[in-house]
Design a protein around this ligand. Structure first.
Ligand code: AMP
Length: 185
């Protein structure tokens, strides 16, 4: 049954950020993923927004699939009570295993790690290596500067307008749910 479930990969901060709205959005995203009988794929940490999303999925009896590299087990508090808990040698393997086991990607507020993950799937999409939908959960306009940067890159002639077609900006979890249902049906 699990193999037929759609899986939603969530990239997000290993910290909670400075606004309560970020943690709330992580809780709501986790509950929403479970309510739709989708599986959470994420970085297997129990810290920051990562932990909030995973704990919310589990509280709602949802399925979880986590991937963490050996060297981060302690730092990011590897969450071993997941349905699938995979330990990789490297960060690259972690990203690959997460991506290969996902049907859609959602990016919550986060730091450089979340940006790295986002840009990797965006550039793969740009190169035609996949067609998985990518969503930016733009809580409190957190990702507005990122969208502005992408527009700047396009305006300065370093990417086609289509770059923005690969990313859907959604302002809240309710809109994310609607967009994911469309994408995963
Ligand atoms: P951050 O958004 O910086 O809080 O990081 C979110 C997650 O991304 C954490 O699990 C980090 O370990 C992970 N991360 C950080 N750098 C990288 C990287 N280069 N490749 C893959 N994951 C990363």
């Amino acid at each position: 049954m699990t193999s037929q479930m759609k899986s939603v990969c969530v990239y997000c901060g290993a910290r909670a950020g400075n606004h309560a709205a970020f943690g709330q959005a992580a809780d709501d995203t986790g509950a929403m993923i479970a309510a739709n009988a989708w599986r959470l794929v994420y970085g297997a940490g129990d810290v920051g927004l990562m932990g909030r999303v995973a704990n919310a999925v589990q509280s709602a009896n949802g399925k979880t699939f986590g991937v963490i590299p050996t060297h981060l087990l302690e730092w990011e508090v590897g969450k071993r009570d997941l349905d699938h808990f995979i330990i990789t040698e490297t960060m690259h393997e972690r990203k690959k295993v997460m991506f290969m086991n996902s049907d859609a990607v959602v990016v919550l507020p986060g730091g450089a790690g979340s940006l790295d993950e986002f840009f990797e799937v965006l550039t793969w999409r740009q190169l035609g290596l996949h067609e998985k939908p990518i969503f930016l959960l733009n809580i409190n306009g957190f990702w507005d500067p990122l969208t502005a940067l992408l527009n700047h890159v396009i305006a300065q002639g370093f990417a086609d307008n289509s770059l923005l077609d690969y990313v859907q900006d959604v302002p809240d979890v309710a809109m994310l749910e609607t967009a994911l249902r469309d994408a995963l049906s």
